[in-house]
Design a protein. Structure first.
Length: 155
């Protein structure tokens, strides 16, 4: 029988324990902005944890505690990276504009895993596209999905 359906020692209904959020095996490289986001998440979940303790909502307490553990671990392992050098090559933190083989122009900034939002123009440095861009220069071809793309600007 699942622990979720067992009464606790205090007579209340049991709450199924939530597994911890998975933490990436990659180095936790972040931009300065990414570190600020992580710190804001720690603060948000610390407050939510205190609120859940006050309300004695065990399910919410477990959910918030899990997220607080995740963000606290991410803050502890964060490695803030310096601004990318302006040497004409793509680095962590670079803004890169590509033109795909179908003519679409896209601009991305290469950032840490927790700050990546491809729809918002940020790519995780461990993503296949970012890995393909790293170290490249304007005019270089890279694999972008099923097709290729050309780097047209680096900032």
């Amino acid at each position: 029988m699942s622990r979720a359906f067992v009464k606790d020692d205090d007579g209340g209904e049991g709450v199924e324990e939530l597994p911890d959020r998975l933490i990436s095996p990659h180095a936790n490289l972040v931009t300065a902005e990414g570190l600020a986001v992580i710190e804001a998440e720690v603060e948000k979940f610390a407050k939510a944890y205190a609120d859940a303790q006050t309300s004695a909502d065990r399910g919410e307490l477990q959910r918030v505690a899990r997220d607080l553990r995740y963000w606290t671990a991410r803050r502890a392992s964060a490695e803030v990276q310096p601004a990318p050098p302006r040497d004409g090559r793509v680095h962590f933190g670079s803004n890169v504009e590509i033109v795909r083989s179908d003519g679409r122009k896209q601009r991305y900034r290469i950032v840490g895993e927790d700050e990546a939002e491809p729809a918002q123009g940020t790519l995780s440095y461990v993503s296949p596209l970012a890995q393909g861009l790293m170290g490249k220069s304007v005019g270089d071809e890279v694999r972008a999905g099923a097709n290729g793309a050309e780097i047209v600007a680096i900032g």
